[in-house]
Ligand binder design. Structure first.
Ligand code: ZN
Length: 132
């Protein structure tokens, strides 16, 4: 069964730590050994796993992506949000974390971030937890 995490982004570009929500779903599932698949069903958002301990890393990622993919650069997409589509493709729409002894096997400094590139809006992340 697929579960969903609802995310409300607060800015046009925003990295939101969803680790506690994912951990909650793993606990609720009762799965001790397996994998947790995370999928973002949006074309202007993404997901990444990176350092959650120091918020400056999150800011640096956002700042660097904005430098790599400026908001306006002569894009042809009429909706005016091509930069968001490109950032979405750069980071990707899915992530996978292994589960052992009922816990996500994240590294000490790792957190799971929902990546908003065309907010603020309401979004969701699909979560599929598979035992095995
Ligand atoms: Zn668009």
């Amino acid at each position: 069964m697929i579960k969903h995490i609802n995310v409300k982004s607060g800015a046009r570009v925003d990295l939101i730590d969803i680790t506690p929500e994912v951990e909650g779903l793993v606990k609720e599932s009762g799965v001790q050994e397996g994998v947790c698949h995370l999928y973002v069903p949006h074309t202007t958002a993404g997901i990444t796993i990176n350092e959650g301990a120091d918020p400056s890393v999150r800011r640096d990622i956002i700042h660097s992506l904005q430098g790599l993919v400026p908001r306006d650069a002569g894009y042809t997409h009429l909706e005016g949000n091509s930069d968001a589509h490109i950032k979405s493709s750069l980071l990707g729409a899915s992530a996978l974390v292994m589960i052992e002894q009922g816990r996500l096997q994240l590294g000490t400094w790792q957190s799971i971030f929902f990546c908003e590139f065309d907010g603020p809006r309401h979004r969701r992340v699909a979560v599929k937890i598979v035992a095995g």
